[in-house]
Write a protein that binds this ligand. Sequence first.
Ligand SMILES: [Zn+2]
Length: 424
Amino acid sequence: MHHVDRNSGILNPEEKLSPAERRAYQEKFLGEVVELAYTSGTPLKQTFDDTGLKPQDIRTLEDLQKFPILHKKDLSAAQKVRPPFGGFLTVPISTLARIHQSPGPIYDPVGRIPDYWRWKTATYAAGFRPGDLVVNTFAYHLTPAGHMIEEGLLELGATVIPTGVGNTETQVEIIKNLGVTGYVGTPSFLMAIFKRAEDMGINVAKEFKLEIGFLLAEMLPPSLRNRFVDEYHLIGRQAYGTADVGCVSYECSAISGMHVHYDVIVEICDPATGEVLPTGEPGEVVVTTNNRIYPLVRFGTGDLSSIVDEPCACGRNAPRLSRIMGRVDQLTKVKGMFVHPSQVDKVLASHSEIARARLLVERSHDQDVMTLQVELKGPAAEGLVKAVEQTVKEVLKLKGAVRILEPGTIPADSKTIEDVRKWD
Ligand SMILES: [Zn+2]
């Protein structure tokens, strides 16, 4: 597999649709999916009846906003009332290929169709090619991750070794002995495999044939991605999906965000009001997929991201999701603005003098008061407090004071954002 071009080429013509063509493609399947959800008597039929809407009222992407967002907790509750799938399944259970269970608990049905979860396109864009020999280190039991990615790779023409979670030494032996070229799993587990290999006396860059990593389910900081390239000669690419809806978006060789799959409609919504936000603003990722077996319309993933809608060097025209910024339930509202732990991390990343920090949110004289408490690695340089306060203002769009504390003052179990406001 040496000298394989992992960067150029686009697998599906649908990835190159112009914005107008893409809209037409998505509005066509949207109409069909809601019609099917209606006639099959899924809970969406009830929503139609409650609001007096008919399937023919849903014609454009904007019409989706006539429906409420289906949150994970709503899906879990619906499945308890109407087990096992909350009434969302449109086919007999006996026709399914598999049933997974993801945390919630939520049961996830898998239809008996090739690449049901849409990962094939994503793995190609990420750099996998037919003929790759791939270790898949995601779990193959209960949660769908292992089977999901495997199906995409098989459809692509790659060969999969289902190694699952753990067994680091065995993974090292398999990668070396079989000349494995691809890895699927978390970035941290890949690094653990490399470290173990080095402990076993293996020169990873020379003795491993690993060239491509599909690094999912965790943050991939640029520094770690660069280490994979520089030290281990491995391309690491990311994608985003969930247990309930499968692949949502994927990186290309331009590494400038994750292109939204053509069979997925993404809306970015205000976590408080549910309103669709203008392009570029961060909010909850809400998805509607072209799935006729289990049509979830406006499924709220609980993940935070924003849309980038600019041309991409790779030639794909689909809009992109920027990185996943975290979970909606980690958001704190301060002075009417959402603040997320990842923003605090971004402030800290600009000031290497800071050893530890937390953002304290208090209430004083009916006002929110925000203070970034920091412990430093060394003595405080002149102007540091002012500089950090400026970064806080830039990143959080809010004014906050910065206080330097003695090392060891911030409790070990403290959260990144500590909200101590009392509302009595
Ligand atoms: Zn691209």
